[in-house]
Structure formats: structure tokens, C-alpha cells
Design a protein around this ligand. Structure first.
Ligand code: ZN
Length: 346
């Protein structure tokens, strides 16, 4: 039942631009004072930005290496952060998810310092972790602050940036699913947050060629788009504007083929097919993804035809409370195969 009200939680500040990592100490000072902070990051990322992070902070931080996005790593960060005043997650995905949930559980502020732009978790109130009782994101709190250094992010591998475009374009079908659910189940639909999320999807659809150059200007546009979709989720008070049937498909592939493809890559491929189910221009989605260098065929991410078909037929079962086009259309193996073939996914 829709209670008729909802809470909006949003990031308080965003610092974006070239070289802004040098301002990290001032950026977290509201929360940290001059005291020590915990920095959660992967080994790879730490080797690249460690010196810049340390020279920007007022005190040497406690580094906690995040090896995987799971509860064990959340416990590790919580243990290190128990007597500190905030947590900074520095990285592409895992460290931000782990740091976000650790801070949420400790009731202390979290700062997100993305080193790539591969998905919208950099600003959203959600954390995506393995080992939970469900294979999709859980609600935490949005980061208090996001510091996005365009120099750092622009030097991330292109594959990660293209994946970010896949996560952005997925808002197209996420919003369609949300509208559909509103009509069928009476669920709350927020027109404003839906428009905001759609604006980010349209950035990819309208400007894929420019965006796909991944020069500093387009990387900044991509990052602003991702931050903005996270904010859309904050305004909606749910992941609805950012995550629909295409995300269910992606989450099901996470279970079937855990090592194959990045989140945004799987969501992008899912969006092509869900767009066709919704009767909207799926060819435009496909060509935009191609233009930014994101995969459009399952084989490009090492997923076989039978797994695509299985994911299409079963994706809606992992989250029965979320009404999407897959709840309405209930694909059989045959119709799923036709859908995947007709869109060139398999
Ligand atoms: Zn996503």
C-alpha cells in the first residue's frame, strides 16, 4: 500500500572538476573536523590515488582495502571506522557500495570519491552487495558529499565509462516500467524524478557520438548524468526511476553468470530488449550504445544464448513486488528467444 508520503534524502554537496581531489581535506572537514577518517578503496585504485588522497587530507587516513562488495568487507570497514567521524569510499563501484553501507550502519556520514563512472551508485542512496538475501540493491543513505575529479575519472578504462552510459540509458525503460506499474497497481509515480532520470537517458540517446569520445568535457557530462540519476532516486524515495525490468534482467545475469559483464553493460543490453517490449524505439538505444562503445550483443560480454533466455523468462521472479513489463508480458522461452534474436542480442 502506498502510504501517501515519502522521505527524500539527497547529497548535500558535490564538487566536480579537474584536479579537485586536492580539495578532499576541505571537502570532508564539515564531518571529519581535523580528525582521522577511514578511506575504503580497492588495491588497484589505492595504488593510483593514494598519494593524492593522503596529501589532500589533514591527517593520515586509515586505509581499508575492499576486496569484494560483500558483508565481510562491510564489517571490515565498520571495524576500522568505529571511532572515526566519517567514511570516504574511493573507487569505481565496490568501495563506494561497501563504504556507503558501513557508514549507514554506523550512522556516520559517507563521502563518495568515484574514480570511474560506470554506474549511478556514486550518488544514489542504494548499495549493491553480494551475500544478501536478494540479488538487488538495498536502501542505505545517499553520500553526504560527492567529489568527482574529472582528471581521475577521464583516465579510467573506456570500458568502465561506456558501462556508465549503459546505466544511464537504462532509465528510459525504468521510467516506462514505473509508469506502467502506476497504471496497473496504483503505485506512487513521481513525474518530476521520472523526468530527471529521463533527461540523463536522453543525454546518451541524443549525444552518443560526442559522449563516446570520452574527452574531459563528455566525461563530465556523463558524471553529472550519473549523479543526477542518483538524485532522482533520492527524490523518488525509491530506485524506481533508475531501475526497472532491464535491471531485473541484469541482476538475474549476476546470479547466472557472476563473472560476465559489468552492471551498466548488462543493463544496456537489457534496455534494448525491454524497449522493444514497451514498443519504443529500441534501435535508437542499440545504436547509441554502439556509438559509445558499449556491448549490444550478449556474446560480447561472454553470456551464452540460453542464459539470456533464462534471465528473460525468470528475471521478474527475483523481485515480485516490482511490477514491470516483464510482469505484464510473462515471456515463455520461445517468446524470449524471439525477443533476443529480433533485437540482435543473441
Ligand atoms: Zn544501475
Amino acid at each position: 500500500m502506498d502510504p501517501g508520503y515519502h522521505l527524500m534524502e539527497l547529497p548535500t554537496k558535490v564538487l566536480i572538476g579537474e584536479g579537485v581531489i586536492s580539495k578532499l581535506g576541505d571537502f570532508v572537514r564539515d564531518s571529519a573536523g581535523g580528525g582521522r577518517v577511514v578511506v575504503a578503496s580497492g588495491a588497484n585504485v589505492a595504488s593510483k590515488v593514494r598519494r593524492a588522497v593522503e596529501s589532500a587530507l589533514y591527517e593520515e587516513p586509515i586505509w581499508v582495502e575492499v576486496a569484494a562488495a560483500d558483508l565481510m568487507n562491510v564489517d571490515g570497514v565498520m571495524g576500522a571506522a568505529a571511532s572515526t567521524r566519517c567514511i570516504i569510499g574511493v573507487g569505481g563501484g565496490k568501495s563506494v557500495d561497501v563504504g556507503k553501507l558501513a557508514a549507514f550502519r554506523l550512522h556516520i556520514p559517507f563521502y563518495s570519491v568515484p574514480t570511474s563512472a560506470s554506474h549511478d551508485g556514486i550518488s544514489s542512496p542504494f548499495a549493491s552487495l553480494k551475500g544478501l538475501d536478494r540479488p538487488y540493491s538495498i536502501m542505505a543513505k545517499p553520500p553526504v558529499g560527492i567529489l568527482a575529479d574529472i582528471d581521475v575519472i577521464a583516465s579510467a578504462p573506456r570500458r568502465l565509462l561506456a558501462s556508465g552510459c549503459g546505466d544511464l540509458v537504462s532509465k528510459l525503460t525504468a521510467v516506462k516500467d514505473w509508469e506502467l506499474a502506476h497504471k496497473v497497481t496504483g503505485e506512487y509515480f513521481g513525474g518530476y524524478s521520472a523526468s530527471l532520470a529521463l533527461m540523463s537517458a536522453n543525454t546518451v540517446l541524443d549525444r552518443s557520438r560526442i559522449l563516446g569520445s570520452f574527452d574531459k568535457e563528455s566525461v563530465r557530462e556523463l558524471v553529472e548524468g550519473l549523479i543526477s540519476t542518483g538524485v532522482a532516486a533520492g527524490i523518488a524515495g525509491s530506485s524506481r526511476p533508475c531501475s526497472g525490468s532491464e535491471h531485473l534482467f541484469s541482476h538475474y545475469l549476476d546470479v547466472l553468470a557472476p563473472e560476465a559483464g559489468l552492471h551498466g553493460e548488462k543493463c544496456g543490453i537489457g534496455t534494448i530488449m525491454m524497449a522493444k517490449l514497451h514498443g519504443i524505439d529500441w534501435r535508437r538505444v542499440r545504436s547509441a550504445l554502439k556509438n559509445v562503445g558499449a556491448p549490444v550483443e550478449a556474446s560480447q560480454i561472454g553470456v551464452g544464448d540460453s542464459k539470456v533466455i533464462e534471465a528473460l523468462t525468470k528475471a521478474s521472479t527475483i523481485r515480485p513486488d516490482r511490477y514491470t513489463i516483464l510482469s505484464k508480458r510473462k515471456l515463455t522461452r520461445r517468446s524470449a528467444s524471439l525477443l533476443a534474436k529480433s533485437t540482435g542480442v543473441i
